[in-house]
Design a protein around this ligand. Structure first.
Ligand SMILES: Nc1ncnc2c1ncn2[C@@H]1O[C@H](COP(=O)(O)OP(=O)(O)OP(=O)(O)O)[C@@H](O)[C@H]1O
Ligand SMILES: [Mg+2]
Length: 278
C-alpha cells in the first residue's frame, strides 16, 4: 500500500527580492513499512522535503498525501526527530518528556496509562534505567534515543528523521543504526531518514533518493543489498561507488550551475572507515 505520496511537489522560499527554489517537481511513492533515505548536497532540499511532509511548510506546487489524506498541517501520524541533541525539554526527566508527548497526542489517556506506555517505549530503546534522568545527565546518543522513543510513543505512521545521528561519534552512530533497524522491524513504522552519509544510507534503506542542487531528484536507487548488511562486502562497495558517483553529479563541492550555498560537509565523499554489519 502506498503510504506517502509526493505529487509534483515544489517549494520556493522568498527572501527579500530573491526566490530560492528548495524543491522542484518532487514525485515519490513510499510504501507502508519501507525505509527510505534522502541524501544530497547541502542545500539540496532534504530538510525542506521532510518539513513539507511534516506539514511545517506550505507547498508552492503539488500535493503530499499520507495514508490517502492530503497533508495541510502537522499531525501526529508524522513525527520528526532532528539532528539537534537538545530537542528534549531540559527541565523534564526522560520519562516526563515522553509522557508529555503522549499527553499531547492522546489527551484522553490517564497519567497512569501514559506512564506505562512511556516506560514501554523507553524499554524498547534500552533506556529504562535512565527514566528519571534529566537530559543534561545523558550522552548525545542517549538523548537521541529518548527523542526516538518520544516520537514512536505517539505511534506515528511515518517517522521522519533529519540527520538524527549526524553529530554522534562513529561507534555510537553505528549502535543507533542497529537499534533503529531493530525498532523498524518490531514496529513496522515507515521511516524517511535524511543523511549526509552514503554508508548510512546503504546500511539502512530500502530506497535511496538522491537530491541535486535546486531541489530536484537526481535518482531513486533501490537498495538491493541483502540484510543484514555489511560494509565489508564487495557488493556494498559497488553500491557505495554508484551513490558516490550520483552525488558528485548532484552538485557537491560547488560545481558550476549549482545553488549558491556552499557544501560545508565533506563527510559524504570520504570513504567511511567503519566496518559495521547490520
Ligand atoms: N526558511 C527558509 N527561508 C529561505 N530559504 C530557505 C529556508 N529554508 C531553507 N531554505 C533554502 O532552501 C534550500 C534547501 O534548504 P534545506 O535546508 O532543505 O537543505 P538541506 O539539503 O537540508 O541542506 P543541509 O544538508 O545543509 O542540511 C537552501 O537553499 C536554503 O537556503
Ligand atoms: Mg538539512
Amino acid at each position: 500500500m502506498i503510504q506517502v505520496e509526493f505529487q509534483g511537489v515544489g517549494k520556493t522560499f522568498q527572501t527579500g527580492n530573491q526566490e530560492i527554489v528548495a524543491l522542484d517537481d518532487i514525485c515519490l511513492q513510499v510504501r507502508q513499512g519501507e525505509f527510505w533515505t534522502i541524501i544530497g548536497p547541502s542545500g539540496s532540499g532534504k530538510t525542506t522535503l521532510l518539513r513539507c511532509l511534516a506539514g511545517f511548510e506550505f507547498l508552492t506546487a503539488g500535493k503530499i498525501y499520507v495514508s490517502g489524506h492530503q497533508v495541510s498541517a502537522p499531525g501526529r501520524d508524522r513525527m520528526m526527530v532532528f539532528q539537534d541533541l537538545d530537542q528534549l525539554f531540559p527541565w523534564r526527566t526522560v520519562l516526563s518528556n515522553v509522557m508529555l508527548a503522549l499527553k499531547l497526542a492522546q489527551p484522553g489517556t490517564t497519567p497512569a496509562e501514559r506512564k506505562s506506555l512511556a516506560l514501554d517505549y523507553l524499554d524498547l530503546m534500552g533506556l529504562i534505567e535512565y527514566a528519571h534522568f534529566y537530559p543534561y545527565q545523558l550522552s548525545g546518543g542517549m538523548k537521541q534515543r529518548v527523542a526516538i522513543a518520544r516520537a514512536l510513543g505517539v505511534k506515528p505512521s511515518v517517522l521522519l528523521m533529519d540527520e538524527p545521528f549526524g553529530s554522534l561519534d562513529a561507534i555510537t552512530r553505528s549502535g543507533l543504526q542497529k537499534e533503529l533497524l531493530r525498532i523498524w522491524h518490531e514496529t513496522g513504522v515507515t521511516i524517511i531518514f535524511v543523511t549526509h552519509n552514503i554508508e548510512e544510507a546503504l546500511l539502512l534503506a530500502d530506497q535511496i533518493v538522491v537530491l541535486a542542487r535546486g531541489g530536484t531528484i537526481r535518482a531513486v536507487v533501490k537498495n538491493v543489498l541483502a540484510r543484514p548488511r555489511s560494509t565489508k562486502n564487495a557488493s556494498f562497495t559497488t553500491a557505495w561507488q554508484h551513490l558516490h558517483h550520483l552525488l558528485e553529479q548532484s552538485g557537491y563541492r560547488g560545481q558550476p550551475g549549482t545553488a549558491s550555498r556552499p557544501s560545508l560537509d565533506p563527510r559524504p565523499l570520504a570513504r567511511p572507515l567503519g566496518q559495521a554489519t547490520l
